[in-house]
Design a binder for this molecule. Sequence first.
Ligand SMILES: Nc1ncnc2c1ncn2[C@@H]1O[C@H](COP(=O)(O)OP(=O)(O)OP(=O)(O)O)[C@@H](O)[C@H]1O
Length: 192
Amino acid sequence: MLSGVNFTLAAGEALVLRGPNGAGKTTLLRVLAGLQPADAGDIEMPQGDSAYASHADGVKSALSVRENLQFWASLYGAPLDEGVFDDFDLAALHDRLAANLSAGQKRRLGLARLGVIGRKILFLDEPTVSLDRASVQRFGNWVRDRHLARGGIAVIATHIDLGLEAREIDIATFRADPVQTTALRGSDEAFL
Ligand SMILES: Nc1ncnc2c1ncn2[C@@H]1O[C@H](COP(=O)(O)OP(=O)(O)OP(=O)(O)O)[C@@H](O)[C@H]1O
């Protein structure tokens, strides 16, 4: 349980959540994203302009890389930004079935959907799991140059240095005494 977490983010700013396993990073992200209620407190942010991405990829195995991105773009009513294939190093994998991607490639595809849905506020839970060093850097570049630079906002739980000039908070310092809680979390639904 966390108490006293308080922050404000302006357009173009990112916040990195640090803290050991079990500190409450995922829980905080899910509360911010509206996926589970908080016991107390207020969250003020524009409605309908956020997306949450967790450990699960949300990749459709039966679709190709391009079809996956096309699917998400149309679902969110955005045109498919072709630049996303370069941004996430997917150009050579364009027509490959998602079922045949490696874990890291699948992860890159899962993250690339963030680049096509046009949401300004991103809540990202360990986005770089399975990524090699170059892909981590590429993702950090995308967050900085394509998302934040365009006025986006990101709250990112990560143990890894993404190379961002972001404020960091250590969630462990907000730990409160546990009280009786109800298990609220269901499946790890990620995006879709
Ligand atoms: N549905 C649940 N019911 C009861 N306790 C839960 C539930 N979900 C999480 N917890 C507990 O809440 C605490 C915070 O969990 P959370 O997943 O937010 O941590 P985290 O900081 O994201 O950890 P990690 O770095 O391992 O992903 C943990 O002690 C966890 O066991």
